[in-house]
Design a protein around this ligand. Structure first.
Ligand code: ADP
Length: 579
């Protein structure tokens, strides 16, 4: 104190007991008291600053936590420095700007949103580039300040310090320094000016703030990346199990739990032999751990015998090279195997379907050729020729279906030859073509009077109806009426093919448009030959026309109705689809 306030009680200004001397003495003590107050205030501030930092949690792991911590921090800064406003700006390396890191104190959200500072402009830019603090007490006239911000935030004066992250080694020696942004305080309270003391304090606070921000950002990035990974594991359909070399589960995602019919829950930390039921999965992981060899096997599980391709991968320790854990991945390939089985069955079905008409054609032709003696009368010979003709038609239809399927499978579209088609005429022709092949059925075509021509590929439309009507006849072994009904519906043409046949068991209804699908578990259906590609093809042909086909209704033993809706102009619909 004696350094700061001079003691002149015994000076030349008169004896101490005179009134002048007393006044002087009083003045002296007033100054001493004031100095003491100042020192106390400054010590209190330092204490405050230290406790502020002690309050800052060492690990901030979420964005709201960071916001809360910074909220407390800027309040304390304002209190300690006696400033009206506090603003944190973070450098964005990708845009080169200094962006507001909320929450700012004494600054509205609207004002904060309007702040747009590049890292090389204004006081903030200078402080950021030069890593040096700045005090300015006449914001309006100071050439360094950005005037639009001065007026936006009504700044009178301020201090700006860099936010520096300092990296130190074990002996607290500085090894690296990085500036991540700046901290501003504006408008010293009680109309005072900011001084170097404020700057020194703010630098101290800023160092702590920078550490909090950078640690938090690291943690946040880490936790968010971890959460993203966990979400991905949670949602993928592939089963994933990770087991460490002590046999403890590190991860078991819901798909794996479902596959093993385990209850939903967190299995990490549990011993594999307690958590997983004995069986192929446990064996596979154990063998991989024991032998240190990665494996790929096929396993089937569950009551419905789903098939999985299981693959184990070893994660090794970087230092020792030993096995750290096993990652087992389970891919459900039931559907792939099913289609493969169906494909194999399809090849033999098609061979059979081709051979049957060929055998019959060859049989009748040989019979006719061998009939040198004219055993068969004219009428019988004609019947033979009709059968040959029908079988040829059957072959042609089958081959045409196969060709179209191969086009679809190879990704080549079904090209349409569009023309104006009179649907009424077309369905009458289809009915007339099918009638000669059956005596048990009556095939009728009913077209409403207001039917207008539509743009369609007449051959492909015929192919659709040939399949639907062919099925209607085929799957009505006891005969009945097959109706083909064409009507206008909401600017489209609707076609219904209605039969009184076997109907389709409910469990098959949603699958019958899938390729190779056949009702193979029903004796009546099984006794009727087919390839399982007809409806699949019909669906593709309808789609190529911008239309749709569906099973409208079906009752076992009472019949089925297949419906088809076609737009009047497929080109328009297909264009819209492409958009
Ligand atoms: P398929 O060559 O076997 O007839 P489709 O793809 O045309 O192949 O039909 C698939 C399956 O749907 C058929 O195997 C049959 O069981 C059933 N199905 C199709 N149409 C009818 C129908 N009108 N009535 C009953 N079952 C049908």
């Amino acid at each position: 104190m004696s350094d700061t306030v001079s003691d002149d009680r015994n000076g030349q200004n008169g004896p101490p007991d005179s009134p002048r001397g007393l006044r002087r003495e009083l003045e002296h003590y007033r100054l001493v008291v004031e100095e003491m107050r100042r020192r106390i205030r400054s010590l209190e501030d330092e204490l405050e600053a230290a406790s502020t930092m002690a309050e800052v949690p060492s690990v901030v792991v979420t964005r709201p936590e960071l916001r809360n911590t910074l909220g407390r921090l800027v309040k304390k800064v304002a209190m300690i420095i006696q400033a009206e406003k506090v603003l944190l700006l973070l450098h964005q390396p990708d845009t080169g700007s200094l962006d507001v890191l909320p929450p700012a104190l004494g600054i509205t959200e609207e004002q904060a949103n309007a702040i747009n500072i590049h890292a090389d402009e204004g006081v903030s830019g200078w402080v950021f580039q030069n890593r040096e603090s700045v005090v300015f007490n006449d914001a309006l006239n100071d050439p360094r300040t950005l005037k639009h911000l001065v007026s936006l935030l009504a700044v009178r004066n301020g201090v700006c310090v860099p936010l520096v992250i300092k990296q130190r080694d074990e002996e607290e020696r500085l090894v690296d320094e990085r500036v991540i942004g700046v901290m501003h305080v504006f408008n010293k309270r009680f109309d005072e000016d900011f001084g170097n003391e404020d700057m020194r304090l703010l630098e101290m606070l800023a160092e702590q703030a920078a550490a909090v921000i950078s640690n938090a950002q690291l943690y946040i990035q880490l936790t968010e990346a971890k959460e993203e990974l966990e979400d991905a594991f949670e949602s993928i359909h592939v089963g994933v199990i990770v087991v460490n070399r002590e046999g403890v589960i590190r991860l078991l995602n819901p798909a794996a739990a479902g596959m093993l019919e385990l209850r939903d829950g967190d299995y990490s930390g549990q011993a594999m032999c307690d958590a997983l039921p004995p069986g192929q999965v446990r064996d596979l992981i154990e063998v991989t751990l024991d032998t240190g060899e990665e494996r790929t096997v096929e396993i089937s599980m569950g009551d419905d015998r789903r098939v999985y391709q299981a693959q184990t991968t070893l994660m090794k320790r970087e230092d020792e090279g030993g096995v750290e854990s096993v990652v087992a991945i389970f891919n459900d390939i039931t559907e792939i195997r099913r289609v493969e089985r169906m494909k194999t069955a399809f090849v033999s079905t098609v061979s059979h379907e081709l051979r049957t008409p060929l055998t019959s054609i060859k049989g009748f032709i040989s019979t006719l050729l061998e009939d040198d003696e004219g055993m068969y009368d004219e009428e019988t010979r004609r019947e033979f020729l009709i059968i040959i003709n029908e079988e040829c038609d059957r072959l042609t239809r089958l081959i045409s279906d196969l060709l179209n399927i191969s086009k679809i499978e190879s990704g080549r579209g079904l090209e349409l030859q569009l023309s104006d088609v009179d649907v009424g005429q077309l369905i009458r022709r289809v009915a007339a073509n099918h009638q000669p092949y059956t005596k048990k059925h009556e095939i009728v075509a009913e077209a409403s009077d207001d039917l207008e021509p539509i743009r369609a590929d007449a051959d492909k439309l015929t192919q659709i109806l040939d399949n639907l009507v062919g099925n209607a006849v085929k799957y009505s072994p006891n005969g009945g009426t097959v109706r083909i009904v064409a009507t206008n519906e909401d600017g489209t043409v609707r076609l219904d093919v209605i039969d009184q046949g076997l109907g389709i068991p409910e469990r098959h209804r949603e699958h019958i448009f899938q390729r190779f699908h056949q009702v193979d578990d029903d004796i009546d259906h099984r006794s009727i030959s087919g390839t399982g590609i007809g409806l699949y093809l019909v669906q593709h042909l309808a789609h190529a026309h911008g239309g749709k086909v569906w099973l409208e209704s079906s009752e076992v033993g009472e019949g089925s109705t297949f419906s088809l809706r076609l737009p009047k102009d497929p080109e328009k619909v297909i264009e819209q689809r492409a958009d």
